[in-house]
Ligand binder design. Structure first.
Ligand SMILES: [Zn+2]
Ligand SMILES: [Zn+2]
Length: 208
């Protein structure tokens, strides 16, 4: 996933930042630890994954940033973050909670991505090679869609809460090239989002 710059904040495309899209009636998620509203980080259109299947849904990622480091937002089961797998149809901008600080709910920039296919199977090497070959900074690489997680720490592949099978990687995300508007994964970390599409479940964690 290569940084492709700003996009309409409500576009139904794979992006970080902007406005979350959700089925009508969805309530903005709050942190199980501190009860505050979470920050919307990113959405991923699953149709962008390799394959011919259409209408696979949209993954939406949120994490608590009310008191960074205090709510376990790096853990898949702490309640300090949320991942949703929404159906692809009939999504609308999710209304913000009343009286919330908008700068806590949204990132300071909206970035979409372009997708490139590389032969190198190792994620870190693939990114370095692509950046060198194209004369772009390594920070233009914003992650990988599908594939195998390139763990910074131990393998933490979650299991589906409904069927107990290991979940599939949907996206691995870098924080972003601009620190003032980047997602917070500990300062130089990466996030990993998983789904079990048959069960409609999703989980999210980050490491650094
Ligand atoms: Zn919290
Ligand atoms: Zn499942």
């Amino acid at each position: 996933m290569i940084d492709a710059g700003p996009v309409d904040p409500a576009a139904q495309v794979t992006r970080s930042g902007g406005v979350p899209l959700a089925p009508s009636g969805t309530v903005w998620p709050c942190c199980a630890e501190c009860s505050g509203p979470m920050q919307f980080l990113a959405q991923v259109v699953l149709d962008d994954l390799a394959g011919e299947v259409e209408g696979r849904g949209v993954l939406a990622l949120f994490a608590c940033q009310n008191d960074p480091g205090m709510c376990g937002d790096w853990e898949p089961d702490s309640g300090g973050n949320r991942a949703f797998l929404f159906p692809a149809e009939d999504l609308v901008p999710l209304p913000q909670p009343a009286d919330a600080d908008e700068t806590l709910l949204q990132l300071g920039s909206v970035r979409t991505v372009s997708l490139v296919q590389v032969g190198e199977p190792d994620y870190d090497l693939a990114g370095e090679e692509w950046a060198t070959r194209n004369g772009r900074p390594a920070s233009s690489v914003l992650g990988q869609l599908g594939g195998t997680p390139a763990w910074i720490q131990n393998d933490e592949t979650p299991v589906c809460p409904s069927c107990a099978s290991r979940m599939s990687l949907i996206v691995q995300l870098e924080e972003g090239p601009d620190h003032s508007t980047a997602m917070n994964f500990g300062g130089c970390g990466g996030a990993y989002a998983f789904a079990c599409e048959p069960c409609g479940s999703a989980k999210f964690l980050w490491q650094c």
